[in-house]
Design a binder for this molecule. Structure first.
Ligand code: GAL
Length: 700
């Protein structure tokens, strides 16, 4: 592809000369190339995520493809895209996150040159985080015979799943020109993970309706199935074949995870009959230094880090995810809360040009396309119709909520909806609670009891929890809460939350008191570009809004930092979310000048007790749950200003250089240990790659 910034008059026309444009490989994000500049606002990463960008590509299509159905698919294009093929406009799409497909068969020169031109025009003040800008996900060209499978209209459901047997209902959709009389054979085969067929069916395809769509319903039953779950994401492959003989007319395959997910108002979420608590994280779409480029290995690495931390669910906040992420979630075992919108009709603060401009015209198509793209994926457990929308406070909130709920249920009757609420009383009053199956509360752990009391039959979860801040490797003394620090970093003692947020410990205690709560999605699993809270800056002038804290420009909410290194908080969650013995201690052990003074030492473990040693001398054993730690509460509206956590251990250790070691115990037996050591004078810097070879395929 070739790329150019800014308006390019006539660039949609085939004869336009793009000789001076820059060659680029897709996926591509022009904004991550910079420059960092406060005029773009730290809130969105201080990067040029708005303006105009053009992409063009010449390609040929063989004469032999004439008469076939040829489609171009964008897994996402950020944002406000217009697409031309050979000078003809094929479509426009404001939403940069949805998967969009165009049939271009009639516009192509078969045997000759073809040009696709894409214009993107993301608006200024249209985002609350770094969205990237450009064709930042894959683009596909699909060539089909006139009779072919329609993947989006094909629907898998699982009416019955148990250890004894599983039934998959398959509604196969086939496109064929109207009037097609031939009875094309359709063959279905389900293969296990070793490629061995375990079930099959052969049927003839029905005649098409007046839209040229034929549907064939079929069921496959699998005795003694391997079930799919986050712990064991076993995937079968469903192969579809149209036509008989050596050269089928079309083939298609879908991953199949046999699982049942049942949400209950009082017994939590049941996966294959077993209660599983949602241990989720919210994420944004960017990949740190790679920007919003949808890179397979970057996403896989992120998910591997989450797996080790004990995460079993992801909320794609606040937008439709990339197909790469969903595929990895199927394969690696994550449950997805797939979210659609961050705003509805009304604009959010300081963001006048966001999706609110397009909601009325596009919400239905965007929502339906999102669901049709991902409804056959086993990882998807629920659809979210919105996050913290302004309509929580307005009279039309209930009506819009119900309308979106109805669209979701019409498109996928098998999964519940959810919604992220931060204004509890307002949403309760204006009826939003009624327009959603699972009420998602953002930073309202203290309301779980009240909610279950008032709505015993409705389901509830923490759709956003914590919003803790920390900068990896930074420890500020004295040990106390604050809103901002002159260094513009945040202490990694894991005691500072956003003023609207809450301590993870407090949320866990509230969940323990209210077992009906389905679980939580922590804000966030990993740091992201933009939203550099608490160093947002102030609104100092129109041109450089929110820039008084420059160069702050990325979030500190993550359990993992922007480069993918775990912070201390990663281990705090790991201590609650995993079984394999682990222990972690902080801070580092370099406190020159503080000899003899007490340094707070924190231990996170899933053992039942731990013993601390300084230079070989025991400093005593402490017991989880019994030796509680008093933490400051930095939520401005919290009814308490201290919280005694049963989820951490603390020693105050007079500083002496050397080795600080912790040993964790279970039933009195040592199970795991960790140490920090005072370092000497730096001698060199060593960089160690996590692997020696990577694939030169643009995805690694
Ligand atoms: C929430 C919001 C998120 C993020 C977070 C930061 O209210 O839904 O998008 O801004 O706050 O704490």
């Amino acid at each position: 592809w070739v790329f150019a910034r800014d308006e390019q008059a006539g660039a949609e026309l085939p004869d336009f000369s793009d000789a001076t444009w820059k060659p680029v490989d897709l996926p591509h994000d022009w904004a991550i190339a910079g420059p960092f500049d406060p005029q773009y606002r730290g809130m969105v990463g201080g990067l040029p995520i708005y303006g105009v960008g053009w992409y063009r590509k010449h390609f040929t299509v063989p004469v032999s493809d004439e008469g076939k159905v040829i489609r171009i698919r964008f897994d996402g294009a950020m944002a406000e895209s217009s697409v031309w093929v050979n000078g003809q406009l094929v479509g426009e799409r404001p939403n940069g996150y949805v998967v969009v497909e165009y049939d271009v068969s009639k516009l192509l020169n078969y045997g000759g040159d073809n040009v696709i031109a894409v214009k993107l025009a993301p608006q200024v003040h249209s985002a609350r985080w770094y969205t990237g800008a450009g064709i930042n996900r894959d683009v596909w060209i699909e060539v089909d015979e006139p009779v072919h499978f329609d993947r989006r209209e094909t629907v898998l459901t699982m009416p019955e799943v148990s250890d004894a047997s599983a039934t998959v209902s398959i509604d196969t959709a086939v496109r064929m020109p109207q009037g097609t009389k031939k009875n094309v054979p359709l063959m279905l085969r389900l293969l296990d993970a070793d490629g061995k067929p375990v079930a099959s069916a052969r049927v003839g395809v029905a005649t098409p309706d007046d839209q040229g769509l034929a549907k064939v319903a079929q069921q496959l039953t699998i005795p003694r199935p391997h079930l799919w779950s986050p712990d064991q994401p076993y995937l079968y492959k469903l192969e579809f074949t149209l036509g008989s003989g050596k050269k089928p007319v079309d083939t298609m395959s879908l991953p199949v995870g046999l699982r049942s997910i049942v949400f209950t108002p009082n017994d939590g979420m049941l996966i294959n009959g077993q209660r599983v608590s949602i241990r989720g994280v919210c994420i944004h779409d960017d990949n740190g230094a790679l920007g919003a480029v949808d890179n397979h290995r970057a996403l896989q690495r992120k998910l591997q880090l989450f797996k080790e931390l004990g995460v079993n669910a992801i909320r794609t906040s606040h937008n439709s995810p990339s197909p790469v992420l969903v595929q990895l979630a199927n394969e690696m075992g994550f449950l997805l809360n797939v979210e659609s919108f961050d705003v509805w009709r009304q604009a959010k603060n300081d963001m006048p040009n966001a999706y609110n401009l397009h909601f009325d015209e596009w919400h239905e198509r965007d929502l339906v396309d999102m669901i049709k793209t991902f409804r056959n994926d086993p990882s998807v457990m629920m659809w979210s119709t919105g996050n913290e929308v302004v309509e929580q406070k307005s009279p039309d909130g209930e009506a819009i909520g119900k309308m979106l709920n109805e669209i979701v249920h019409r498109t996928d009757p098998t999964r519940p909806t959810s919604f992220g609420i931060n204004f509890y009383e307002d949403s309760e009053k204006n009826g939003l609670f009624k327009g959603v199956d699972i009420v998602g509360l953002n930073y309202k752990s203290g309301y779980y009891g009240r909610f279950k009391h008032d709505y015993p039959d409705q389901m509830v979860m923490g759709s956003e929890t914590a919003s803790m801040y920390s900068s990896r490797g930074v420890y500020h003394l004295p040990f106390e809460g604050y809103e901002r620090h002159p260094e513009m970093t945040v202490s990694s003692y894991d005691i500072i939350s956003a003023i609207w947020g809450e301590l993870p410990d407090y949320g866990w205690a509230k969940m323990a008191e209210n077992p009906a709560v389905l679980g939580e999605f922590v804000w966030t699993g990993i740091d992201y570009l933009g939203e550099p809270s608490p160093y947002f800056g102030e609104d100092v002038n129109e041109g450089g809004k929110w820039n008084s804290d420059w160069p702050a420009r990325s979030s500190t909410f993550g359990m993992i930092d922007l480069a993918g290194f775990p912070k201390d908080r990663y281990y705090l969650y790991q201590s609650q979310w995993t079984e394999k013995p682990m222990v972690h201690l902080l801070p580092d052990w370099n406190w020159p000048g503080k000899e003899g003074q007490p340094i707070p030492v924190m231990v996170y473990t899933n053992g039942d007790s731990a013993e601390l040693f300084l230079n070989g001398k025991s400093l005593g054993t402490k017991v989880m749950g019994k030796d509680k730690v008093t933490l400051p509460v930095t939520n401005r509206w919290a009814p308490i200003d201290e919280f005694d956590t049963p989820y951490r251990l603390r020693w105050d250790v007079p500083y002496e250089p050397g080795t600080l070691k912790v040993v964790a115990y279970r039933d009195g037996k040592p199970v795991v240990e960790k140490q920090v050591v005072t370092s000497g004078v730096p001698a060199k810097v060593e960089v160690t790659p996590d692997r020696a070879t990577i694939a030169a395929d643009g995805r690694d």
